[in-house]
Design a binder for this molecule. Structure first.
Ligand code: ZN
Length: 323
């Protein structure tokens, strides 16, 4: 497991902002990451004005933001992802390759609100001096346990704010493609709103006593608040925090007493604890939720829209079937 020292050691020399821009331009043309010629050679190889027509190099902190960035940016951006599909951003350990990825970015897109605890160290190690777009600043976060709850992407309305913030940043960086990106964002917003309307219709048909769900970590409070469904997390806001014996006993008690609407496992946490709780309470596991990461490319939750659709179908399907 890399330490901060290891990260620093493997880090390339810190370029100053302007030369990095030119250097990166050359890298894009020559496809030779890691090599950077003198600036004069860069300028003769590619005039500075070309820079604004090349795709904006975006590095997103995790897969969900990467997908939103790609949808909005289209061919005006190239998006790389630090924490990949099915991986847990709460316990991510950046390696030197991640520092190199950040060093070559023109825009770093992160959630903020305390979600990427490893980010500051990574940015320092990379020498990145460019802009950091913190999407969490575009919303008013829920407060929980004395801090902001970072999982705002689990609310379709808040995701639309993220989309608007991405559109604004991308349009400023690539004004020539701004109208095309605005059209993409508008179309995407319609898809998010249509999904939201379908979910609300199904929730409205649910009996009031059938809206209680157990999830592995506290990633669904925004979803719960948006749709009036109560999520009982086994762990806290971070998937790395341990569930105490008392927490587990409390949940088993609640599940038994409430006739258990549904229990879910998730893609970024070990499912065994939840499976044990469900078995002890005599409740079936309602399926897998995607909380903080998309599923692998080509599978059923490999975009934000598919992820949200999957989660809503799993949650509502289990609640509708509950007796
Ligand atoms: Zn989380």
């Amino acid at each position: 497991m890399p330490t901060s020292r290891g990260l620093m050691k493997g880090n390339p020399p810190v370029p100053e902002a302007l030369s990095r821009r030119s250097c990166a331009l050359w890298l894009a043309a020559a496809a030779l990451p890691g090599a950077c010629p003198a600036r004069a050679a860069v300028n003769s190889a590619a005039p500075a004005t070309t820079a604004d027509t090349l795709p904006l190099r975006v590095v997103a902190s995790f897969s969900i933001l990467a997908d939103l960035a790609q949808v909005v940016g289209g061919d005006a951006v190239t998006v790389s992802t630090l924490v990949p599909a099915n991986a847990d951003a709460h316990v991510f350990s950046p390696r030197p390759a991640h520092a190199q990825m950040v060093a070559q970015a023109q825009l770093l897109v992160v959630n903020g609100l305390g979600f990427e605890g490893w980010l500051q160290r990574l940015v320092q190690a990379s020498g990145y001096k460019g802009p950091v777009l913190e999407l969490g600043r575009s919303i008013t976060p829920r407060r929980q346990g004395g801090g902001p709850d970072p999982h705002a992407w689990q609310d379709l309305e808040k995701a639309q704010r993220y989309v608007a913030a991405l559109l604004e940043a991308f349009s400023a960086a690539r004004p020539q493609q701004a109208s095309a990106m605005a059209a993409r964002a508008a179309q995407y917003r319609q898809q998010l709103q249509a999904l939201d309307a379908r979910i609300r219709q199904r929730v409205a048909a649910l009996p009031a006593d059938r809206r209680r769900v157990v999830s592995p970590h506290d990633a669904f409070a925004y979803f719960g608040a948006a749709y009036g469904i109560e999520f009982l997390p086994v762990r806290g806001r971070s998937s790395s925090s341990e569930a105490s014996a008392a927490d587990v006993a409390r949940l088993i008690g609640i599940l038994r007493k409430q006739r258990a609407n549904a229990v879910f496992v998730e893609n970024v946490s070990d499912p065994r604890l939840l499976e044990r709780i469900a078995a002890e309470a005599g409740v079936g596991v309602g399926g897998r939720l995607y909380s903080d990461a998309l599923s692998a490319p080509g599978t059923d939750a490999d975009t934000y829209l598919k992820m949200f659709t999957h989660n809503a179908n799993a949650i509502l399907g289990a609640l509708e079937a509950a007796r």
